[in-house]
Design a protein around this ligand. Structure first.
Ligand SMILES: [Zn+2]
Length: 199
């Protein structure tokens, strides 16, 4: 704090330090750690404990915008409890993302892997442009496999409850890369220089 020494500033300063001791809050360019529970229709689908929290760079666009908005301004140890309607989460189920894929697309060296091809299995695939897609097998017959490429949480309202377990300043490298660097690795980093840098 810049302090000019005149009477008013002195009073403001004393009052400030007495009544609202500075505390870091969840805001842009802070690294935030959360423990939480995610429920869909009352069923717990994900639990993230304080021992291995979700750690992310706030405001860097790595998480759903409405998810971040609900955490904005929270302090250390604050709890949260909010719902994201599907439109603010992974959107509605898109019928166009449920497609019939010819059985031959699943052949490896001319053989269909029957262990892989089971209803409910997740199968990573590539689209025509070479992008990775994760699909779930809905059903299949001798000719076609019906695959659902929607996000597994599409069409669902998400209920999050949890706690802020850590807030810290982001490092210059983290701000530059737009993501968190853990002490052990930079596994999420696509920057080839990342591994040579001190994290
Ligand atoms: Zn990085």
């Amino acid at each position: 704090m810049i302090f000019y020494g005149d009477g008013l500033s002195l009073w403001v300063y004393k009052s400030f330090t007495k009544h609202c001791k500075y505390q870091m809050i969840v805001e842009n360019n802070k690294v935030v750690s959360l423990s939480y529970e995610l429920k869909v229709n009352g069923e717990t689908v994900e639990t993230v404990g304080a021992d291995s929290p979700l750690m992310f760079l706030f405001g860097a666009g790595n998480l759903l915008p409405k998810f971040e908005k609900n955490l904005d301004g929270l302090k250390l140890n604050d709890s949260f409890d909010f719902e994201l309607v599907s439109a603010d989460a992974y959107g509605p189920v898109n019928e166009d993302a449920i497609v019939d894929v010819p059985m031959q697309a699943f052949a490896v060296d001319g053989e269909i892997d029957r262990n892989l091809l089971k209803v409910g299995h997740h199968i990573p695939m590539l689209d025509q442009s070479g992008n990775r897609l994760n699909g779930i097998v809905v059903k299949f017959d001798d000719e076609f496999v019906t695959m659902d490429f929607n996000h597994p949480l599409a069409g669902n309202d998400l209920h999050f409850s949890g706690k802020v377990v850590e807030i810290r300043e982001a490092s210059a490298d983290e701000l530059e890369h737009g993501h968190v660097h853990s002490p052990e690795s930079c596994s999420n980093c696509t920057d080839p220089d990342c591994h040579s840098k001190e994290h």
